[in-house]
Write a protein that binds this ligand. Structure first.
Ligand SMILES: [Ca+2]
Length: 174
């Protein structure tokens, strides 16, 4: 992730992220606490996820639709093989969701990160035009966090040890 960025993660603790390049040693570990939801300081690098076109935190009233889109700016990581992850975590219940393929969501038991599969496996590339991962739909009242992340291509989520580039958007349905 980006130095100095704060992100929301479902598990309390410290998120560690390392930059990586093929054939190079990982860079120094960068740690960030994520109690505060501050905007990404460099929105032009890495994955970005938006709700109704907005980053960070979005509020809608019940009955209003929510659409989730993603973009990617690969920057210096372009061409590096990666797992691409899209995950939705509701604040209620015991079911979370990951995107298995474009707009194909699969539910899994909350907190069981090993149950997830990447949405895509392949080299990091620039995706400047928004790609819809959740078409506009109404959601039950509650809070939802949508994550878009990339990490080393090994089929598993490299959390919490990284390296990982991640962005999230929080949706509050009132
Ligand atoms: Ca991985």
């Amino acid at each position: 992730m980006l130095s100095g960025a704060s992100v929301s993660v479902p598990i309390p603790g410290t998120l560690k992220a390392k930059a990586w390049k093929t054939g190079m040693n990982p860079s120094a570990v960068k740690s960030a606490s994520y109690t505060a939801k501050t905007p990404d300081p460099d929105p032009d690098l890495g994955p970005s996820v938006r709700a109704n076109g907005e980053r960070g935190s979005v509020r809608v009233r019940q009955g209003q639709t929510v659409a989730i889109t993603v973009t990617m700016a690969a920057g210096e990581y372009i061409g590096i093989n990666a797992d691409w992850w899209v995950v939705a975590i509701p604040s209620y219940g015991q079911i979370w969701y990951y995107m298995k393929a474009l707009m194909e969501w699969v539910e899994f038991p909350a907190n069981d990160l090993s149950a997830m599969q990447p949405a895509l496996q392949g080299p990091l590339m620039n995706v400047p035009e928004s790609v819809t991962v959740l078409p506009a739909m109404t959601l039950p009242r509650g809070t939802y966090i949508f994550y878009f992340a990339v990490d080393q291509m090994d089929g598993i989520l490299n959390y919490p040890d990284g390296p990982m580039l991640v962005d999230s958007v929080t949706v509050v349905v009132e």
